[in-house]
Design a protein. Structure first.
Length: 154
């Protein structure tokens, strides 16, 4: 199944009938996505994959496009140091390429951590499995369907 189809299927299984937009321009970065959608960069969800240092398991952090993740805060929540996940690791664990990592529909079940600042928006935009695909969702609902632990991550 194609990554975008996997995201759509995962959203449908969660009871969401959300349209996935395929844009002409890349949404690889938060700023590119905001420019394409003509919205504030804070409404773009950055989906960041890390690797735990001991067990080498993937962890997903959802952060507002205008914020910088504090990896030490995330590591304290997890209880383990984090390492950077390279493109091969991300693709192997999630089935997504960097720039198109979706918060839902990964190949493996991932623990998800969401920065609380995302909840200040009426809606946010998240990648949908490809660097040109994106979907719009209420951030509270995003937290629910991903079973995210919401905390201050920035």
């Amino acid at each position: 199944m194609k990554p975008v189809d996997r995201v759509k299927d995962a959203l449908t299984r969660q009871g969401e009938n959300i349209e996935i937009l395929i844009l002409e321009q890349s949404t690889h970065t938060a700023q590119q996505a905001a420019d394409a959608l003509q919205c504030h960069v804070a409404q773009i969800v950055k989906s960041l994959i890390f690797k735990t240092s001991k067990s080498e398991k993937p962890v997903l952090a959802l952060v507002s496009g205008d914020k910088r993740l504090d990896s030490k805060k995330l590591a304290r929540l997890i209880g383990e140091k984090l390492g950077k996940a390279d493109a091969d690791f991300v693709k192997q664990k999630t089935g997504f390429s960097i720039g198109g990592v979706a918060p839902i529909g990964s190949l493996e079940a991932l623990p998800v951590y969401m920065d609380q600042s995302l909840l200040t928006h009426q809606y946010v935009w998240a990648a949908a499995g490809h660097p040109k695909s994106i979907f719009k969702i209420d951030p509270k609902r995003l937290a629910e369907i991903t079973s995210a632990m919401v905390s201050d991550l920035t």
